[in-house]
Ligand binder design. Sequence first.
Ligand SMILES: CC(C)(COP(=O)(O)OP(=O)(O)OC[C@H]1O[C@@H](n2cnc3c(N)ncnc32)[C@H](O)[C@@H]1OP(=O)(O)O)[C@@H](O)C(=O)NCCC(=O)NCCS
Length: 157
Amino acid sequence: MMDSSNIVLRLGKPVDAQAIALLSRELIEPGLGWSWTPARVLGSIHQRDTITLVAAAQQQMIGFAIMYFGLEQAHLNLLAVRPSHQRRGVGRRLLDWLEKSARTAGIVAIFLELRTANIGAHCFYQRLGFSDSAFLPGYYGDREAAIRMVRKLRAGR
Ligand SMILES: CC(C)(COP(=O)(O)OP(=O)(O)OC[C@H]1O[C@@H](n2cnc3c(N)ncnc32)[C@H](O)[C@@H]1OP(=O)(O)O)[C@@H](O)C(=O)NCCC(=O)NCCS
């Protein structure tokens, strides 16, 4: 069994853009085309209102999350953990870190969308307190529907 104690979370750096984009293509976007290209991820890393968080073990990136922070709402754009490191609490650590930051920033709710067929991620998000808020037909380039999920952090308008 792998030891998870050596996994650290850190902010993403420009040098991470390629690995994040490749992992997104492999784990999140298969069959949809590649929208999170290295250039787009790099743009997110540089964006002031967006946090790119990386989970690393011995210098190797094993997971990441990208979340946009608005005034009252945050949006989780991407989250993935390498299959070799899944079900060891890494996804939960990434999301907990972002949720804590969102609470500190006064965010009212975190939103995200995921593919309807992604049962594993749906269970994961439910486990972490998210609930379904909408069904979005044709959300992914008119090809596939999405489920929108929300996690309320505090009362808001
Ligand atoms: C979804 C994902 C990020 C979860 O990361 P992870 O590190 O494996 O998740 P954790 O180990 O922190 O899981 C926390 C809890 O969520 C639930 N969970 C996680 N993955 C699950 C799955 N595939 N099926 C059912 N429940 C799951 C479990 O309750 C788990 O606790 P447990 O292992 O003690 O039972 C990971 O499976 C992944 O990268 N999937 C591919 C990319 C993806 O679908 N991203 C989300 C859409 S953007």
